[in-house]
Design a protein around this ligand. Structure first.
Ligand SMILES: [Cu+2]
Length: 438
């Protein structure tokens, strides 16, 4: 049973057992404990190029051995929390999904050891990189699979700067569906274009986790009900904190099973400056506020954030900004369910049909949710609950991003927040709120 079915029929099916738990897991308990203070950017590449920050994630540490950057990825089962209240048995690298972001500079020689602690073989494919054929990681075609317990070495020189990804190429369907993926970023030897002040990596992904389940379903072809940035669902996605007037780069990757994600950013426009195929020439760029990130692709966007505030950034597929919902429920918008309610309430006193007035505000009702599941949507905001979930995060544009606590909310200058209209102003402007159409 999925979320929406549960909400409509849960009281009937679950009876009073769940009613007792109703208030134990309301969205207000789901306030994310996310680190939100911006760190001073670290310079990691020539031309003052700053380090990539992976919100909710990490960067792979290097050891320098005789001029070669040496790293270690361990493919392994991972206990993962999408948002407080929803914990699953996923697979990932070095204890996390996505795995650590791999970051290097054009011309670097890298050696990455891959240890397999999964119950089945694996390989690593370096998605988008041009490298010797035997290092490409397609099991059976380029190498034999890495058996459980084995450690393989991949070694190659990074000849092209860009934004890439890594993922298994053995039983990809299962291994990627369970969370095995990561970003691989190669800074150019000579920086290209205007220098950016901040650089972020966000991996989009989709999962099917029915309420109460602990294992994402790798066989899913549709009905994905957990949509994530760096494997976190709102309200657990860490905001991106930046300074007003800073030039910002966001690298978006998509290793979802089936869906492209149109990522929409509020409050500014950006240009797409790169893909996993390389850099977009300046003459081919145009302003956008949404960018489609196809499955198996990366898209790099750059912008200058002029307007301070808390700006939404999210997938524009409306089902992708919800948690654990489904499509099997009947349409109840506009229906009068009072008769149904009355009859069912004779059996289950708390029963209430949901959705007749739309789905907004549901997260504020403290609906009971089954064990190990999260509400469909809802995180705390300065004006009440934010009616979103899933692939949603906030871009926080601040005057002093390193001094201010980004977990706090933007303080609006007086008179700059939309609110109830003043009747005197309505009259002066000749607006009749009681006007009728049709
Ligand atoms: Cu999406």
């Amino acid at each position: 049973m999925d979320r929406r079915e549960f909400m409509q029929f849960g009281a009937l099916a679950g009876g009073t057992l769940l009613a007792g738990q109703a208030l134990a897991q309301t969205p207000s308990n789901l306030a994310p404990a996310v680190r939100a203070r911006a760190e001073k950017p670290r310079i990691v590449a020539p031309g003052g190029q700053v380090a990539v920050v992976t919100p909710n994630g990490s960067t792979l540490p290097w050891k320098n051995v005789g001029g070669v950057k040496v790293g270690h990825l361990v493919a392994m089962p991972v206990r993962h929390t999408f948002a407080p209240g929803l914990e699953v048995e996923a697979w990932g690298y070095n204890g996390s999904t996505p795995g650590p972001t791999i970051e290097a500079v054009e011309g670097d020689r890298i050696r990455i050891y891959v240890t397999n602690r999964l119950p089945e073989p694996t390989t690593v494919h370096w998605h988008g990189l041009i490298l010797p054929n035997g290092m490409d990681g397609v099991s059976g075609l380029n190498q034999r699979p890495i058996a459980p317990g084995e450690t393989f070495a991949y070694e190659f020189t990074l000849n092209r700067a860009g934004t890439y990804m890594y993922h298994p190429h053995y039983d990809e369907m299962t291994q990627m569906a369970l969370g095995m993926m990561g970003m691989l970023i190669v800074h150019p030897k000579r920086s290209r274009g205007p220098r950016v002040d901040r650089d972020f990596a966000l991996m989009t992904h989709e999962w099917k986790v029915l309420p109460g389940m602990r294992r994402p379903d790798p066989n899913a072809m549709s009905d994905f009900n957990v949509l994530t940035f760096n494997s976190k669902a709102f309200p657990a996605t860490a905001p991106l904190v930046i300074g007003r007037g800073e030039r910002v780069r966001i690298r978006l990757g998509n290793l979802s099973a089936m869906d492209h994600h149109p990522i929409h950013l509020h409050g500014l426009y950006f240009e797409v400056t790169g893909t996993d195929g390389g850099f977009v020439p300046e003459s081919a760029r145009y302003p956008e506020t949404s960018v489609l990130v196809p499955v198996g692709s990366t898209r790099v966007i750059e912008f200058v954030a002029d307007e301070p505030g808390d700006w939404a950034m999210h997938c524009h597929m409306t089902h992708h900004v919800m948690n654990q919902m489904g499509h099997a429920a009947p349409v109840t918008v506009g229906a009068n369910a009072r008769n149904i309610d009355k009859q069912v309430q004779a059996l289950v006193p708390q029963y209430m049909t949901m959705g007749q007035d739309g789905m907004g505000g549901m997260e504020e009702m403290g609906m009971p949710v089954p064990p190990n599941s999260i509400p469909m949507k809802g995180g705390k905001g300065p004006f009440g609950s934010i009616d979103m979930g899933g692939m949603f995060t906030v871009l926080k544009v601040r005057e002093n991003p390193e001094a201010e606590d980004g977990s706090g909310w933007y303080v609006h200058p007086k008179g700059t927040v939309a609110d109830k209209a003043d009747p005197a102003k309505l009259a002066a402007d000749g607006i009749d709120p009681d006007v009728r159409f049709g």
